[in-house]
Structure formats: structure tokens, C-alpha cells
Design a binder for this molecule. Structure first.
Ligand code: ZN
Length: 121
């Protein structure tokens, strides 16, 4: 399953952030996923659950931000929303495969907590 390997990479980054900022709990994870990536949201959520189980990421809120696929017409420069089957420019009817948005797949935001609140006990 592709989503599992994607999530593995995302968790590698999260774990680096955890170390760097000495976090003891992750509260929120936001990923950006473009429409053209063929990523299944349910599979991604499942992968997140599988990876976060029994870790300090376990209780984090997992948010998927979808990015619409857009192409820029090579003929007239018009930017328009595309679908897998429809890549025709609505302005000039030119077929355009010049996709400028929709292949995004990355970790957008991580929120966590540190021990600092307990330091003055
Ligand atoms: Zn056009």
C-alpha cells in the first residue's frame, strides 16, 4: 500500500521535529495532499493510526488538506481546474498537460507540547 510508505516518510520527519524541539506530545499533524497524487484519504488515515499507535503522536489530530489540481494553458496562459479525464482549456479548447498544482504531498504543519510547563514545580 502506497499510503503506508508515504506515512513512513512523514513520520520520519515528525520524529526529527520531536527530537529537535524536545516535544513530549504531538497534538496536531497537517498534511497537504494534491488531487493528482492518487492518495486515498481513508488509507492515509489508517496508516497514520497504525504509525502513531503507542507513540507520543497517538492522540494527535490528523488533518488532510486537499489541493485541487490546476493546469496553466500552454496556449493562452489561463489557469483552470483539471480532472483526470478533462484537461481542456475552457477559454481556447487547447489540451493542456501543464499541471501546476495537484502533485503536492508533504507535511504542512506539526503542533506539539514540551515539558516546559512542568519545569517550575
Ligand atoms: Zn487556453
Amino acid at each position: 500500500m502506497h499510503e503506508m510508505s508515504v506515512m513512513g516518510e512523514i513520520f520520519t520527519i515528525i520524529n526529527k521535529i520531536v527530537k529537535e524541539y524536545k516535544l513530549n506530545k504531538i497534538t496536531k499533524v497537517v498534511v497537504k495532499v494534491g488531487e493528482m497524487t492518487c492518495i486515498n484519504e481513508e488509507s492515509l488515515k489508517f496508516a497514520f493510526k497504525a504509525f502513531s499507535e503507542n507513540t507520543l503522536i497517538e492522540e494527535a489530530q490528523f488533518i488532510i488538506n486537499r489541493v485541487e489540481a490546476e493546469a496553466k494553458c500552454i496556449n493562452c496562459g489561463y489557469v483552470f481546474k483539471i480532472y483526470y479525464t478533462d484537461k481542456l482549456c475552457p477559454k481556447c479548447d487547447t489540451y493542456s498537460n501543464n499541471i501546476i498544482n495537484g502533485y503536492e504531498l508533504f507535511l504542512e504543519e506539526v503542533e506539539g507540547e514540551t515539558d516546559e510547563d512542568d519545569s517550575n514545580k
